[in-house]
Design a binder for this molecule. Structure first.
Ligand code: CP3
Length: 393
């Protein structure tokens, strides 16, 4: 084995090499070959004979041969093939609302890296126009909400979101993705959490200090609660819609919840997340829900109180400590620093092994601690997937 490949197993009790004959993955099912970046065979991977994607088995706590792996923001941004589509279709709204483009962009990383999760190309803000809140995403500026909501009257104008009516392209794209991916990976949907969506529509876009939503929270809490309730009802519906059209797991992004103190999180985020989880579980008890909040080290125990199946950790939390704090019932996702993908291949390998060792051999989805950063070399992303898929517990 070439040094580049053998370095995969260094310092790890998990082997990114041929599984031993006693390994549980050594079944009589089809075997496919995994090659490392320089083309050598580094392992034989089982193409599961079960119809269930590895990611779903891992979330349930079933015995799996390796952690499933996908990357937040794997669709779009850093891929040259995506940038070419952007040149042809400069509007983010168009790229994310046209079924063919959504499917094509979602499948770009699937075709190159074969991750275990294929996330829909969309945005957490996509439902907003259907709720009577127009937005755009402007290059260099990020999301813009044209008429930020500030008063009870503004909130009363928000329509309940009916996905079938306002985002039929999302359902169509998910259904097509399921057919394309054929259970070789899990098709992943996602939504924004009520507080994070509220922060965009009240601030008018991205924010540094979140002063406008905090002004609302701390001077007119009843207005914010009314807004959060509208997003809660609508996002629960949206998750169910995504599941009914092909999503096999759904990630809830509460990216900005960590701007709240723990006590304020308990008032303005936790009850709404819990309501969403309860509502979805009442109709879709087997749909795995993943919760991500960046910078959530101070909130971990509270995140698991939401009842989600998986908590996605950012890289500022030590994986072993996060595991301990969350307890055995919850699966974990994460949590390699996205900046590691700018490092050397050996360093990337080392950090993957470190994370997998700390997470233990079950209920772990390997991922980054946040989205891939623009400018990440695609060959390093390829290396990440090769190493990850060569791991054997
Ligand atoms: O993960 C994926 O590959 C699926 C696609 C996806 C996008 N946005 C596409 C997108 C996902 C999962 C999101 C979620 C999202 N959107 C979040 C939560 C995740 C997180 O990062 O915490 C948030 C907060 C948003 C809101 C949003 N959308 C911002 C802040 C920005 C601007 C950031 C930037 O890079 O300029 C967007 C735009 C956006 N959404 C882009 C993409 C690929 C970049 C713009 C483009 O490609 O034209």
């Amino acid at each position: 084995m070439a040094s580049m490949c053998s370095s995969v197993s260094n310092s790890s009790r998990f082997l990114a090499s041929k599984p031993s004959s006693s390994s549980s993955c050594r079944s009589k099912s089809n075997l496919s070959t995994i090659r490392c970046a320089i083309g050598e065979i580094i392992s034989e991977a089982k193409v599961s004979s079960s119809t269930e994607p590895l990611l779903l088995s891992a979330v349930k706590g079933e015995k799996v041969e390796r952690p499933p792996v996908w990357l937040m923001r794997q669709a779009g941004r850093y891929m040259k093939s995506y940038q070419l589509i952007c040149e042809k279709y400069p509007s983010f709204r168009e790229r994310s609302e046209n079924v063919d483009l959504v499917v094509e962009i979602s499948l770009q990383p699937w075709k190159v890296f074969k991750p275990d999760g294929v996330i829909l190309f969309s945005d957490i803000l996509t439902p907003l126009p259907g709720m009577n809140i127009p937005f755009d995403i402007v290059k260099g500026k990020g999301p813009i909400i044209y008429d930020p909501l500030r008063t009870a009257e503004d909130v009363s104008k928000i329509r309940e979101f009916v996905p079938e009516e306002f985002v039929p392209y999302v359902g169509e794209a998910l259904t097509t993705l399921r057919a394309e991916v054929k259970n070789e990976a899990a098709v992943l949907g996602f939504v924004g959490a009520p507080f994070t969506l509220a922060s965009y529509v009240v601030e008018g876009g991205s924010s540094k200090h979140f002063s406008k939503i905090k002004r609302m929270a701390f001077s007119q809490p009843e207005v914010l609660h009314a807004l959060l309730q509208k997003f809660t009802t609508s996002m629960a519906q949206y998750i169910k819609y995504q599941a009914d059209h092909g999503a096999q797991a759904v990630q809830i992004f509460d990216s900005w919840a960590t701007e709240l103190s723990p006590a304020d999180f308990e008032e303005f985020s936790l009850p709404y997340l819990k309501q969403i989880v309860d509502s979805v579980k009442s109709t879709h008890p087997n749909l795995p829900l993943i919760l991500y909040a960046s910078g959530s080290g101070g909130l971990l125990e509270r995140l698991s109180l939401t009842g989600v199946d998986v908590v996605s950790l950012d890289w500022t939390v030590d994986m072993a400590e996060g595991r301990r704090r969350l307890g055995a019932d919850v699966a974990v996702q994460g949590n390699v620093d996205p900046g590691v993908l700018f490092g050397s291949k050996d360093f990337i390998t080392k950090r993957i092994n470190d994370t997998v060792n700390k997470a233990g051999n079950h209920k772990h989805i390997l991922n980054l601690g946040h989205g891939i950063v623009v400018g990440t070399p695609e060959e390093n992303v390829a290396h990440f997937f090769e190493v990850a898929k060569g791991i054997r517990y």
